[in-house]
Design a protein around this ligand. Structure first.
Ligand code: ZN
Length: 314
């Protein structure tokens, strides 16, 4: 079939987490299951949460099926054995474990050919005085291991105050944790490989502490990386667009629409997440909480209304 110019709308997949809350319903209006719901996988073809298309020619199909069986129609020119990005909204009512992710090379060797994981966080909302952990103060494997053994967590971990609208790039090898009272949009490589360094000695769902992965963590931590002092965005806004991050794997932008705007799409696809307000994307009505994929054929995306979006692409 010919390449499509239809927007691909996706149904989120929700995950219960011991640290989750109810803000995905309260703030985003999603119909979520009972219990502490921590993650909304909004654009994902990962086997742990594969999103379904809603409406249009591909109605009911999984995003992984579009990637595998309809690539020439939706993502002409895209390469790779899996849809490369995973976009989530995270509601952290309490602290997430202190963790670190491997890079592609380590994951390929030690995790069955999985991708490594780079991720980035856009702070959608947070409590007064909220913080996160990005980076660590140990400068060698030995120093890190010793501080862990002695439980010197506050000395070891680099904690940063956060505000709404902050942005953090988390490279593979960076120790990090989202802390309670934070609502985040996360763009990451499509990987689910997490090495848990510390979980505050708290019980998991079954009452036992969750597994830690200190040996792997010590292998993958980048002891030379500089930790950020804040997540304040300093990039300029040009025609409503602020580039938050551009690296070899993904580009993430904040797009503010006040009236009408046109967004260029020069990629095999463009992921759009509406994080505030409402309007139209290529003539279709959207509102806060909508997640879409713009196919490659649509080179110029017309936006109208009063809204804020996060745009991401490879
Ligand atoms: Zn992480």
């Amino acid at each position: 079939m010919a390449a499509t110019n239809e927007l691909i709308r996706l149904e989120p997949v929700f995950h219960e987490m011991i640290w989750g809350g109810r803000r995905l319903a309260d703030t985003f209006g999603y119909e979520i299951p009972d219990g502490p719901i921590g993650e909304c996988w909004a654009i994902s073809a990962h086997p742990h949460g594969d999103c379904r298309v809603t409406g249009g020619r591909f109605d009911g199909m999984l995003l992984s099926e579009l990637w595998e069986e309809h690539r020439d129609e939706v993502f002409p020119g895209a390469t790779g054995d899996r849809f490369p990005l995973l976009i989530k909204i995270i509601d952290a009512a309490s602290d997430l474990s202190i963790q670190v992710h491997p890079d592609d090379a380590y994951a390929a060797e030690h995790e069955n050919g999985s991708l490594g994981k780079r991720e980035c966080w856009y702070i959608l909302d947070c409590d007064e005085g909220a913080t996160i952990i990005v980076g660590q103060n140990a400068r060698s494997r030995e120093e890190f291991a010793q501080m862990v053994e002695e439980g010197r967590w506050s000395e070891l971990l680099h904690e940063v105050p956060i505000r709404r609208g902050d942005f953090f790039q988390i490279d593979a090898g960076t120790v990090h944790a989202i802390k309670g009272g934070t609502l985040i949009l996360e763009v990451q490589q499509s990987s689910d490989i997490t090495y848990r360094v510390y979980d505050y000695d708290r019980p998991g769902k079954d009452g036992k502490p969750r597994e830690l992965h200190l040996a792997q963590s010590l292998d993958v931590i980048d002891y030379g990386a500089a930790a950020p002092a804040s997540g304040a965005v300093s990039a300029p806004e040009v025609d409503g667009v602020t580039v938050l991050e551009a690296n070899g794997i993904y580009t993430v932008e904040r797009v503010r629409v006040d009236g009408a705007a046109v967004l260029a799409n020069e990629n095999p696809f463009l992921c759009l997440s509406v994080i505030d307000g409402s309007g139209t994307v290529a003539g279709q009505t959207v509102a806060k909480g909508a997640h879409l994929i713009v196919p490659a054929v649509l080179r110029e995306v017309e936006l109208a209304g009063e809204m804020e979006l996060i745009a991401s692409h490879v």
